[in-house]
Design a protein. Structure first.
Length: 95
């Protein structure tokens, strides 16, 4: 099936799979900082298997800048866009 013959739903899904930041903005009504957008798009490329994109993404920053929110957002988006998703989350600390 080509893009011209794809159903409207398939075209919308393909559009959001290509740009998770757009999904966050239009569907989830979420405003991202420029840094959060860059990180989310990096995760997006890794999830889509873009050649040359690393599968691990390091985000080094201070406290309270939205890293945990962004991790949760990425999992929510992945779960919404990929029906057969299996998602797991863990913490780097044990308390």
């Amino acid at each position: 099936m080509t893009a011209a013959t794809a159903s409207p739903a398939a075209r919308i899904l393909a559009r959001y799979r290509a740009d998770w930041a757009l999904f966050a903005k239009e569907v989830l009504d979420t405003r991202l900082t420029p840094d959060q957008r860059r990180i989310l798009l990096s995760v997006n490329r890794a999830a889509n298997g873009v050649p040359g994109q690393r599968r691990r993404i390091l985000v080094a920053s201070g406290n309270g800048v939205g890293k945990t929110f962004l991790a949760a957002l990425a999992q929510l988006i992945h779960g919404c866009l990929y029906r057969s998703s299996n998602l797991a989350t863990s913490s780097s600390q044990f308390q």
